[in-house]
Write a protein of this length. Structure first.
Length: 119
């Protein structure tokens, strides 16, 4: 069983930045991809960004393109989400997920970290 633990959330003013981290522990960690999802109050969970583990191909939802950057560190079993130019609409609980054998199969979820962007 893989455990995913997120950190880095908090309160930030609009226009500010945060960096989220997600570290995996447990059995041998070799996902096909890792992703960041978010769920705002009263809204459905949505994928924010994902990255394939071996070759680093990335995907971003349109609303974060040019502002967020996903990266991974295989040596640390970690995935990061650098969030810049934050907007109040980015307020949500952000969770990381491990995916295999495709991006449509989520094997593990983290518990999430709250990001609050004030106007």
């Amino acid at each position: 069983q893989v455990q995913l633990v997120e950190s880095g959330g908090g309160l930030v003013q609009a226009g500010g930045s945060l960096r989220l981290s997600c570290v995996a522990s447990g059995r041998t960690f070799s996902p096909y991809a890792m992703g960041w999802f978010r769920q705002a109050p009263g809204k459905e969970r949505e994928v924010v960004a994902r990255i394939t583990w071996t070759d680093g191909i990335t995907y971003y939802t349109d609303s974060v393109k040019g502002r967020f950057t996903i990266s991974r560190d295989g040596a640390k079993n970690a995935v990061y989400l650098q969030m810049n130019s934050l907007k109040p609409d980015d307020t949500a609980v952000y969770s990381c997920a491990a995916m295999a054998p495709t991006v449509y199969h989520i094997n593990s979820w983290g518990k999430g970290t709250l990001v609050t962007v004030s106007s």
